[in-house]
Write a protein that binds this ligand. Structure first.
Ligand code: GLN
Length: 191
């Protein structure tokens, strides 16, 4: 089993490190052919507009939509969640993959200066996770098929739908933290 991290832009290395803690085989996915070699894909945090543009340029955008129909597992953090969402309420012109039935507001908590950290309770985990929110999106609506695994200030911050997992925060930025990545690895393993 090998997990890919989309290597367009954003905190790619941090995701690789979190996966290595779980003894996972990893691969940075930069080209369409790389996608064929992995059993699941992480879309990192970064800048959703840039990630989108580069995904389209490489052909990964269209391919991933097809693969998702066949149940290919995808995990997005922050900008990755924005890319996966059904719609961006405050940037309707920004195209999304639409693989996760949520509406999001980009930079929902404000600008960089309004970034924050908080202890996040996650369903199934005994101890809270340190949630790092950096220009994070706010999920304003979730569809019926979306499972909310964690909320903060009354807003969903970790959600799952089928084989898609997404967080508005950055578990990859907390040193030694790999529990959310483990959830994804279990999803890939079909548990
Ligand atoms: N605000 C960014 C975006 O929408 C996401 C920020 C992040 O990933 N830390 O692209």
């Amino acid at each position: 089993m090998k997990i890919g991290v989309l290597g367009m832009q954003g905190d790619i290395r941090e995701h690789i490190q979190a996966l290595r803690q779980l003894d996972c085989d990893t691969q940075i996915v930069k080209k369409l052919k790389d996608l064929k070699e992995v059993d699941g894909l992480i879309i990192p945090g970064g800048e959703s507009t840039t990630i989108t543009r580069l995904m389209k340029l490489t052909g990964i955008w269209d391919e991933i939509k097809e693969m998702a129909k066949e149940g290919f597992p995808i995990f997005g953090t922050c900008a990755g969640l924005v890319v996966l969402a059904r719609e961006i309420t405050n940037a309707k012109e920004q195209e999304t993959l639409g693989l996760l039935d949520v509406s999001v507001e980009r930079n929902g908590y404000g600008r960089q200066i309004n970034s924050f950290e908080a202890e996040i309770e996650v369903e199934g985990l005994e101890l809270p996770v340190r949630g790092v929110f950096i220009r994070a999106p706010i999920i304003t609506h979730v569809g019926d098929d979306v499972k909310v695994l964690s909320s903060h200030r009354g807003r969903p911050v970790l959600v799952a739908q089928g084989k898609v997992l997404a967080a508005t925060f950055h578990p990859e930025l907390v040193k030694g933290e790999s529990r959310i990545h483990r959830l994804f690895v279990e999803m890939v393993n079909g548990k």
